[in-house]
Unconditional design. Structure first.
Length: 360
């Protein structure tokens, strides 16, 4: 069975795609965003997937790719277009190449025009294709930088994307209007730039008069992406907090295991904030010794009672409310906060000590 996820980066309006073979767990990621790597790694971990290849449809100008960082964290290979001018990749892709993941694969179609090195990746059964910026939903990528050429783009879309079956679902690298997916048939009929009876000369004239401002991050993104997103010096960014062995979840929350909190929490001078209601704090599950009770509904107003000098672990019954507490504390300027995984239910089930509560 195919595992498929469409992910979104709001700042750059970029879609990242995860595809995996559920039988083998082998996965590929298309168009990763550097700032979203922790999110992507969390999803891979939670779905028990092994990332084998990171792909970019082209050299992006509006965000830094997460390809290099994902490869460093997972050992995956990086695949880019052979004509993209990118260094540091493991695989340079040409027309009709295949990228295997388990028993599935993506085939490569060269679709230059937005940039010289644009690729479209087509799933083996042609049920879906990932078009990068060559073809957007009811639109297309601009052609006024990075060796862009409107004539080449017109022919790429017409001959190499529109030649797919009409029911093939198309997933672009960006959308700025909240749209998520289209199809070959839809775009052939309704795309105002490339569909219907539009001639190449009409399209070229249209594209030459767009008058768009350059992308805000182009001076940062393009140089970085020409190196697969590798930072200067090749150093891994210090994104993960180092005060404890934390795990980042797909929900965007840092979590800590009960065992570490019992064994080393006191020595690390961690604050434990219990966000349950008073009757729960004093109820059958009991509470962790020295945990400070601040119910979730009061936490935002009472965040000043939480020290900024020590890390914080939030706890509730099962981990849901305390995850929201981490978000509230982050908004209050407390960055060193983590959720106790599984809450008091897991704490007690694993035999960690409590104050009060009923006998297990």
């Amino acid at each position: 069975m195919l595992v498929f996820r469409q992910l979104f980066d709001a700042e750059s309006s970029t879609y990242t795609y995860l595809l995996a073979d559920s039988d083998s767990g082998a996965a590929v990621i298309i168009d990763a965003v550097f700032e979203q790597v922790e999110r992507d790694l969390a999803l891979l971990r939670e779905l028990s997937l092994d990332l084998t290849t990171v792909l970019d449809t082209h050299c992006h100008a509006d965000h830094v790719t997460g390809a290099w960082l994902l490869a460093q964290r997972t050992g995956a290979q990086i695949g880019v277009g052979a004509n993209a001018g990118v260094t540091g990749a493991d695989v340079y892709l040409h027309r009709d190449d295949r990228i295997a993941f388990g028993s599935r694969y993506l085939s490569v179609r060269e679709t230059p025009g937005h940039t010289a090195g644009c690729l479209t990746f087509v799933l083996d059964d042609e049920s879906m294709a990932f078009t990068g910026d060559a073809l957007l939903i009811r639109s297309c990528g601009r052609t006024d930088f990075q060796q862009g050429d409107p004539g080449r783009l017109f022919n790429s879309v017409r001959t190499r994307i529109f030649s797919l079956p009409e029911q093939t679902r198309l997933y672009p690298a960006h959308d700025y209007n909240g749209l998520t997916v289209t199809s070959v048939g839809e775009e052939k009929r309704f795309n105002p730039r490339l569909g219907g009876e539009i001639a190449e000369s009409d399209f070229v004239g249209y594209m030459k008069h767009l008058g768009l401002a350059h992308p805000k991050k182009i001076d940062i993104a393009v140089p970085a992406n020409l190196k697969c997103g590798q930072p200067e010096g090749g150093l891994l960014p210090g994104q993960a907090p180092d005060w404890a062995p934390l795990r980042f979840t797909f929900a965007g929350i840092w979590e800590i295991e009960p065992q570490w909190l019992e064994e080393r929490g006191a020595q690390a001078q961690v604050q434990v904030i219990d966000v349950r209601e008073p009757d729960e704090y004093n109820g059958p599950l009991g509470h962790i010794r020295d945990a400070v009770l601040i119910p979730l509904g009061e936490l935002a107003a009472r965040s000043g009672e939480v020290s900024r000098e020590r890390p914080v672990v939030t706890v509730c019954r099962a981990g849901g409310r305390s995850a929201q507490a981490v978000v509230i504390l982050r908004r209050a300027g407390i960055a060193t906060a983590a959720n106790l995984a599984g809450g008091m239910l897991r704490w007690r089930a694993q035999g960690h000590p409590v104050v009060g509560g009923a006998d297990a």
